[in-house]
Design a protein around this ligand. Structure first.
Ligand code: CP
Length: 310
């Protein structure tokens, strides 16, 4: 094992453009190994601990698959149910114990800042798999990777980001990373779910001035990517507030016909009803490819954090 290239993977703000580019390059190299076409075992004998305090399909299973493809093994929990968290164990104690059982930890937690706390407590590398309405940095890398694979550039790309921009952690880290790479951003959000001011400030500090649109038809006309998110029902304190915005947008073929023929639709998934299933079979659909890219990207991140030679 060589020297790790990073100590943790907690926030996209911790990484320079050059460092993100290195991860994207490693992910590209991982493609034949991610599909199983070629075999490698640089993490043979290493254990990934998966600590999921919130539900997940893609993130948890693609991390598991990535670790197995690298020759390592996985242990962990997919919910606090059945663990000592139910007895009241605090996060810091859970991390102190699980880091002694594993070589690297992945954590998803409902509280913003939980992954940072875990990284501060743990002497082993910690990866943020989503912290409340904070960030989802590994999703961001796979989003960038998918855009690059599809459009072959990030600089100057016209990206429209639609949905719950307030609570959607994927769009916080993604917008900041896209600004780092010089993409043009347009935000479309239902009232009360606009992008937080601190994320906008971070984007503007990188020299990108986002546009704001209310009419989706206008926003998609010049878009290269339409990045759609679901409304994060679980983050609403009041069910009536959620009911006011639920179902307020839906992407269908009629809307997409207003845009470029090369317009691609992305979504971190799961979708509820934001994208009509009729879009799935059109050339616009990129969201299932995006989910599949979780494997090479997470293989890249795991191998770089573990200092695996490649
Ligand atoms: N994109 C994403 O984080 O999906 P999961 O919640 O299924 O992990």
């Amino acid at each position: 094992m060589g020297n790790p290239q990073f100590s943790d993977f907690v926030s996209i703000r911790d990484f320079s453009k050059q460092q993100i580019s290195l991860v994207l390059k490693r992910a590209k190299q991982m493609l034949p190994y991610a599909s199983g076409e070629r075999k490698i075992r640089p993490l043979d004998g290493k254990i990934l601990g998966t600590l999921f305090y919130e539900p997940s399909t893609r993130t948890r299973l693609s991390f598991e698959s990535a670790m197995l493809r690298l020759g390592g093994t996985v242990m962990g929990f997919s919910s606090p149910m059945g663990t000592s968290i139910e007895k009241g164990e605090n996060l810091s104690d859970t991390i102190r114990v699980t880091e002694s059982y594993a070589d690297i930890l992945v954590i998803r937690h409902p509280l913003e800042g939980a992954a940072r706390l875990a990284a501060d407590v743990s002497s082993k590398p910690v990866i943020n798999a989503g912290d409340g309405a904070g960030q989802h940095p590994t999703q961001t890398i796979l989003d960038l990777f998918t855009m690059l694979e599809s459009k072959e550039r990030l600089e100057g790309l016209n990206v429209v980001i639609l949905g719950d921009l307030k609570f959607g952690r994927t769009v916080h880290s993604l917008s900041e990373a896209l600004a780092t790479f010089g993409a043009n951003l347009t935000f479309v959000a239902p009232p009360s779910l606009e992008m937080p001011r601190e994320v906008i400030a971070e984007i503007e500090s990188k020299g990108i001035k986002p546009k704001y649109a209310t009419a989706l038809e206008d926003a998609v006309r010049e878009a290269d990517i339409l990045y759609v998110t679901r409304i994060q029902k679980e983050r609403f304190a009041d069910a009536t507030e959620y009911a006011k915005v639920a179902g307020s947008y839906r992407i269908d073929s009629r809307l997409l016909s207003q845009g470029k023929s090369t317009l691609s639709v992305m979504h971190p998934l799961p979708r509820i009803n934001e994208i009509s299933p009729e879009v799935d079979s059109t050339p616009h659909s990129l969201y299932f490819k995006q989910a599949a890219n979780g494997i090479p990207v997470r293989m890249a991140i795991l191998s770089m954090l573990m200092g695996a030679e490649f």
